[in-house]
Design a protein around this ligand. Structure first.
Ligand SMILES: [Zn+2]
Length: 221
């Protein structure tokens, strides 16, 4: 298959609420958190892994468009639908769809957010994040017990994101682009990262552009 061109979507992920993308306790031990967020291995700064955004877009698009997912609850591996075409066939399965069309880069803090979080770091001693304590309520006694600390990126934090689409000969560029835009719109309607049903991870994609031409997520299709 002949690669014809790349289409680049850029913008900012703006956190309307705290965002929690879980990391591993083994990665970096800062503040000894039980539930640490994922951080860059070298700088220790929070970031949004491309795989998190890609996976979230994919699973929401599957819920809406992939019959197989709707029936089985499993990621689609039909090798025919637009999800499989753009996001890759789940599991290495023979498919005539060719290479995965989407590349989602890791999203790093904007310089502005970096400065703001640096300030709060100095004030509160938290390393570029916040800690939210959540109470578990005992169903019998009605008493709150064991406040559980959850680390998260504070509301109003901004990350730069970039998505590259690979357009091959014979591809319908508009169809692919519209599908990916819809994926972003669905994430915006729902949430990114963990604990979305408890209000975490409400994000907006702002200052968005396609090959440097501005567009707005969620308007039209
Ligand atoms: Zn499929």
């Amino acid at each position: 298959m002949k690669l014809e061109k790349h289409v680049v979507i850029r913008g900012i992920i703006f956190c309307d609420t705290g965002l929690r993308i879980g990391g591993s306790k083994d990665d970096i031990e800062i503040g000894g958190m039980d539930n640490p967020i994922i951080r860059h291995p070298v700088t220790g700064l929070p970031y949004i892994p491309g795989s998190s955004l890609k996976g979230r877009m994919r699973s929401l698009l599957e819920l809406k468009y992939a019959e197989r997912t709707q029936q089985t609850g499993q990621p689609c591996s039909c090798g025919r639908c637009l999800v499989c075409k753009i996001f890759g066939t789940h599991k290495a399965r023979e498919s005539h769809l060719g290479p995965t069309r989407i590349i989602v880069r890791d999203a790093s803090l904007t310089p502005e957010s970096l400065d703001e979080l640096k300030g709060s770091n100095q004030e509160k001693g938290i390393y570029f994040s916040e800690v939210k304590y959540e109470n578990l309520v005992d169903r019998k006694t009605g008493k709150a017990e064991h406040p559980r600390p959850n680390e998260r990126v504070p509301a109003e934090t901004k990350f730069h994101f970039e998505i590259v689409l690979r357009i091959f000969e014979g591809d319908n560029e508009k169809e692919i682009l519209d599908f990916v835009k819809e994926g972003l719109a669905l994430v915006q309607k729902e949430y990114l990262g963990g604990s979305g049903s408890r209000g975490y991870g409400k994000v907006r994609f702002i200052n968005t552009s396609v090959d440097d031409n501005p567009f707005t997520i969620g308007e039209g299709k």
